[in-house]
Unconditional design. Structure first.
Lengths: 257, 257
């Protein structure tokens, strides 16, 4: 009980420190130590957030970004797990295909954007392709790794039970690899958010990325900061949601240990 | 990583087959496209870009921005990480502040950096530095915390002043794991630099590939893509080799974290 209360005191103190940083930011803005063209006070950023939400502008931008992110990430998750499972469950595929994938991994995925623009133009399809392409790597490589790391005796059991390859994948390999796969999916979530913003900036698609760029072009710094704050919240909330889902989905494994 | 010659041979089968098939397909269909070009033409375009030095200038600009940002981000991240690792009080007080800023996608800062600093190296360096701070901060904090407690007792018994304690005990003990964080951040630095260039900043490899796309030079665009991939791969290999050389077995213990 005592430890519980001390955690809350630390929490409160930590919030107080963050609040004092915001107060300092307000002070700097009020004293105009930095030109208000670049740095609005937290009061103006907050007012812009409230205004944006009450007029519905920011809702639609937020929804646009979340939509890009979610579609790209879902496509990447499904395709990444499927391809990863095919490659990971076969020794031959692992020796012939996996090294090529490892070679492609350090490639900055944003470099694929010009190629996607050349193929698909400045469209939603381009954004979906780029986000899915970028987000697939962590998931696919985690799946391959997770499949390769399954206790070999489990595969032997499967063989002696004469299980089909599909059954081996769904009943043995996938559950065993799920911590790796979920960790990959969490990494991909960040990638998907970043690429959504980049695609919106480049292609002028409806979303927060486009909103912050337009605000910057028009020197509306309060709107700009409101957009950046909202993007930070989006990053935070999606990663917390993912951790909670991970915790839930893996509860059976924690109990096993 | 494949080590034996046989395995390397197997790893090369797929990429070579894909390249050959693509070359034949492009020749057979007399490919005319804004987004694809046969490998032979890509190689010629790459050689041409080397001959007129354009790709080398672009590489220099990108690497300069990436490394400058990496250096600044590492310095800030390391200072904060070590301070948070040593002082639990400081760490707990700053927790909310750090967790509030960290999830902001680095690329969302682009419009702010753009209006504050304009186009050029500076805004790119700032964004790269922001992206590099977090992995370094978090991993170096963990590294400092996991230092053998007896080492800290020794430093107390010797009554080392704080600066010497950091310099003589903490940094050497945490260095292998800090280098792992540095390696991670170096990859991130390159990715962020290229992304910023593709999104908006008119310099370096990212601007080069965008320009090639807009000029409908598919061969040159893909040559840039290949070259960016080679740079990313080479950077990764160089850092892995450096890690092994510098820290040997000690480096492996850090990779699990």
């Amino acid at each position: 009980m005592k430890r519980g209360t001390s955690i809350w005191i630390w929490r409160a103190a930590s919030f107080a420190v963050a609040a004092s940083f915001i107060a300092l930011w307000q002070l700097i803005a009020n004293l105009k130590l930095v030109s208000p063209v670049f740095l609005p006070g937290p009061d103006r950023a907050w007012a812009s957030l409230v205004r944006g939400f009450s007029s519905g502008d920011l809702w639609s931008k937020l929804a646009g970004t979340l939509e890009h992110m979610a579609y790209g990430w879902l496509v990447a998750s499904i395709a990444g797990i499927a391809i990863g499972a095919v490659i990971g469950s076969s020794r031959m595929m692992r020796t012939y295909v996996a090294p090529s994938l490892e070679f492609l991994r350090p490639l900055p995925v944003s470099a694929i954007i010009p190629v996607a623009i050349a193929m698909l133009g400045l469209t939603q399809a381009m954004a979906l392709f780029v986000i899915a392409f970028g987000a697939i790597w962590p998931i696919m490589l985690a799946t391959i790794h997770g499949f390769a790391a399954v206790e070999p005796r489990l595969y032997e059991v499967a063989r002696s039970l004469q299980m089909s390859r599909l059954a081996v994948i769904t009943k043995i390999a996938l559950p065993n690899a799920s911590p790796d796969i979920l960790a990959g999916m969490r990494l991909s979530l960040t990638v998907a958010l970043i690429l959504s913003v980049v695609c919106e900036i480049l292609a002028g698609l409806d979303g927060l990325g486009h909103w912050v760029l337009l605000s910057a072009r028009a020197f509306r710094s309060a709107d700009l900061f409101a957009g950046v704050i909202l993007l930070g919240i989006t990053g935070y909330v999606t990663s917390v949601a993912m951790s909670m889902a991970e915790h839930r989905l893996l509860a059976w494994q924690a109990a096993q240990r | 990583m494949p080590d034996k010659p046989r395995e390397i041979g197997k790893a090369l089968v797929l990429p070579l087959a894909v390249l050959l098939a693509f070359e034949f397909w492009a020749r057979a269909t007399h490919l005319k496209s804004d987004s694809l070009a046969p490998p032979s033409e890509i190689a010629i375009a790459l050689a041409g870009a080397f001959a007129d030095l354009s790709i080398l200038t672009a590489t220099r600009d990108t690497l300069f921005s990436a490394f400058a940002g990496l250096a600044i981000g590492t310095a800030i991240g390391l200072a904060l990480g070590i301070a948070f690792g040593i002082s639990d009080t400081l760490n707990r007080l700053m927790e909310v502040t750090v967790e509030a800023i960290r999830p902001i996608p680095s690329i969302a800062l682009l419009p702010i950096a753009l209006i504050a600093l304009g186009f050029g190296y500076r805004m790119e360096i700032v964004i790269v530095a922001f992206a590099c701070v977090w992995p370094i901060l978090i991993l170096s904090r963990a590294a400092v915390r996991s230092i053998e407690p007896r080492l800290m007792e020794v430093s107390r018994a010797l009554r080392l002043p704080p600066a010497q304690r950091v310099w003589k005990i903490i940094i050497p003990a945490a260095l292998p794991r800090i280098f792992v964080a540095f390696r991670l951040s170096a990859g991130i630095a390159l990715i962020v630099a290229v992304t910023v260039e593709i999104a908006i900043n008119p310099l370096g490899l990212g601007a080069g590939i965008m320009l090639a796309q807009q000029a409908l030079r598919a061969d040159l665009m893909l040559a840039y893509l290949v070259w960016i991939g080679i740079i990313g791969y080479a950077l990764n290999i160089a850092l892995v080799v450096a890690q092994r050389r510098l820290f040997g077995r000690a480096a492996l213990s850090g990779d699990g974290a």
